[in-house]
Design a protein around this ligand. Structure first.
Ligand SMILES: *Cc1c(COP(=O)(O)O)cnc(C)c1O
Length: 397
């Protein structure tokens, strides 16, 4: 096998420079542990941005994938397959909605939600087509397509990609009054992350989502929750909206839905909303393919059977309590829910991150000053203790 150095050099030579990965090559993974070509092992505290809630190579999900892999992998939606029906039924049940629309990546699910809102606005709410407006928040992260970066406030994600898709209004995150003030007769939806992940694990003020729900209902606009990162137990509830007992009109899901194996995304909503789609009005060649459906179905089964929300809540409480014992005046905030935890420093966090990685803990800074700790939900207590010992040592000053 090539060495880490050689692999990195080759990747940099032939791969486009649209990412700046840490100098770690992962060649094997099991649960919360990964190893590099030289045999050094690490604790994975990033979990592929929450796509690895089940850990690396969960044996039951791998088995479900293998079984389907040998039977049937792709039909396109020109024909039926025998797995999609169960996937849709179980995901509808899990979200308490009547219907599911499967896609592949998180960005595609967000695009699907945007199309849902616009078409619902035109056909049901009666907003003239072309006038539909969607409200989003500052520092949002919803993906990388041209339309999605058009509503981003991250200049680095936007610059040079014009012309931008119109029809979005940006307001302050966590401010329900700002939402009420921004609504016009042409507003069709509010698209929001229940906890902003990429912005640095920003938890909105208590009661925010409840107020958002009321405002959306009162003004007849769709409340679209982007739970791509927060969904499927990551924050200690099945969906982060559940922390405030709030039910959005549309769930946007991805990442962990693919069981850490392949891209699987979807939106779910009730029939009065999703019935705006008719044959030919939206779709995806790979969306709902039997392999993805088998993997997603197994992921949903495990979430419920093994009570992942409870696991994440209990392990998260332990994790954050240990982090709070760290003595370092440069730490200005520790926040999060469940196993989605951010530690914010008064200055750049990259030096700490480099030291963590050298010491065997994979983590990454977001927005320069915040380190995200989001281990797989399956991490064991002994593994957590060992990882926390390293983390506490490195972060103490
Ligand atoms: C990661 C993410 C997306 C985009 O998902 P991709 O699979 O990378 O396209 C969308 N929304 C949120 C909140 C995310 O964290």
């Amino acid at each position: 096998m090539l060495s880490s150095k050689e692999i990195i050099a080759k990747t940099e030579q032939y791969g486009t420079n649209n990412y700046h990965p840490k100098d770690v090559v992962i060649v094997k993974g099991e649960g919360a542990l990964v190893s590099d070509p030289e045999g050094k092992t690490y604790f994975d505290m990033l979990s592929a941005y929450s796509a690895l809630n089940f850990g690396h190579c969960h044996p039951e999900i791998v088995a479900a994938a293998k079984e389907q892999l040998e039977k049937l992998t792709l039909t396109s939606r020109a024909f039926h397959n025998a797995v999609l029906c169960d996937f849709c039924m179980q995901l509808a049940k899990l979200t308490g909605k009547q219907k599911v629309l499967p896609m592949n990546s998180g960005a595609e699910a967000v695009e699907t939600a945007i199309k849902t809102a616009r078409r619902w606005g035109a056909l049901v709410k009666g907003v003239p087509n072309g006038k539909q407006e969607i409200i989003v928040c500052e520092n949002n992260f919803h993906g990388r397509t041209v339309t999605i970066i058009s509503m981003s406030t991250d200049e680095n994600a936007r610059v040079g990609y014009g012309p931008y898709t119109p029809g979005f209004k940006v307001i302050k995150y966590g401010d329900a009054d700002a939402l009420a003030d921004a609504i016009t007769p042409d507003t069709v939806a509010f698209l929001v992350e229940p906890i902003q992940g990429e912005a640095g694990i920003i938890v909105p003020p208590k009661g925010y989502l409840k107020k958002v729900r009321e405002i959306c209902t009162r003004n007849n606009i769709l409340f679209i929750a982007d739970e791509v990162q927060t969904g499927f137990a990551r924050t200690g509830k099945m969906f982060a909206c559940m922390h405030e007992e709030v039910i959005p009109d549309v769930y946007v899901m991805g990442k962990a839905l693919g069981g850490g194996i392949m891209p699987v995304s979807a939106i779910s909503a009730n029939d009065d909303i999703l019935s705006i789609f008719t044959p030919g009005s939206h779709g995806s060649t790979f969306g709902g393919n039997p392999l993805a459906a088998a993997v997603g179905l197994k992921a949903i089964e495990l979430l419920v059977r093994d009570d992942y929300p409870k696991m994440a809540a209990e392990k998260g409480a332990y994790f954050i309590q240990k982090l709070r014992e760290i003595d370092n005046p440069e730490i200005i905030d520790i926040r999060g829910k469940g196993l989605l935890i951010g530690v914010e420093f008064s200055g750049p966090a990259s030096e700490y991150v480099d030291k963590l990685i050298q010491s065997g803990v994979l983590a990454k800074e977001t927005h320069e000053r915040t380190i995200r700790f989001a281990p797989p939900v399956v991490i064991t207590y002994p593994q957590m203790e060992e990882a926390l010992e390293i983390i506490c040592k490195v972060l103490t000053k």
